[in-house]
Design a protein. Sequence first.
Length: 345
Amino acid sequence: MSTDPLQVLGANDWRQACRMAFGGFVGWAFATLLSLPYAAYYAVYPLVLLGLSPVYDRHVALQFLASAPTGMIAAGLMIGVFSTHPVVMTAAYLAYALFCFAVMTSPRKLFMYGAMCLAVGSGLAHYGSYPQMAWQPLFWAIAGSLVTSVVLYVLSFALFPDVEPRAPRIPPKRTPVQRRHLVLLCALAATGSFAFFQLVELSDSLSAQMATVLILLGLTHEGIWNFGRTRITGSVIGSIHASITQLVITHHSSFWPLTAAALLAGLLWFSAAHTRDKSGSMQGFSAVTALAILYGLLSPTDDLIGNSLYRGVSVIISVSLMMVFVSVLHRTLNRFPSTRWETAA
């Protein structure tokens, strides 16, 4: 997939691109103008909700909201009760990941709830476990950003409604053995990522840690590899865009309106690329979320080029390792009849 959004886009595609750019930009502006901590969440979560839900669906919005208390309670228990026992905490995280992926793969259409429970719980459990981290502001930032995202979700559909009906998405049907394979594969991979980032103590690795979790939303071995490749490509493209922007506005990056204009242009460009993509490769989505995370993590005086290079490299390394780990798990699970993937994946 190319991130060139100039090819023909349908009317609905442009509307969704505008919704994504609006949601991500307003969330970022709200957090930065009020100097709220963890502004990256306010920029990224609206993009996730609007990017993965092209049709207004109150059921999806409620799932998004419900993921906040679920993830916060689970992470609070892991941090408050098990953080002094790393092995027990890892086991608790595995149990939580199993729950999240079981919900995602269930026939009850709760994918958004399970996905956001995983994202919220993983981020909170990882960063909240560091002694130097003040986890209460982090918890409030997660809750505030999720509520803000739903408000922006409603507003964006009011401002940029679709002009024609969309075809409904039909989730794939899976056998119990296939579902068991997917749940174990993804839960074990997520737990491996959690353990890795706990051991190496990369407390400033939000982009890399979240990237390893987000690619697991591909669920199947093939889907995860596809998401992994496009996450790497998209993150690199987003980092390059940020670096070029920094070069263009050198000596003026502390001027908020100029930085905001540069971010808005990037959000609209990559959101359009995401909506144009009909193959599901998610390269545009990876680029737009990488850009939002990068801008959300920076203060006006930060070196955008240095940070974009660091985060781009960290994402490449961590996602590449995760893809290899997923392949090992996939082959291992296929050795057992009760967890063998019955079709090519």
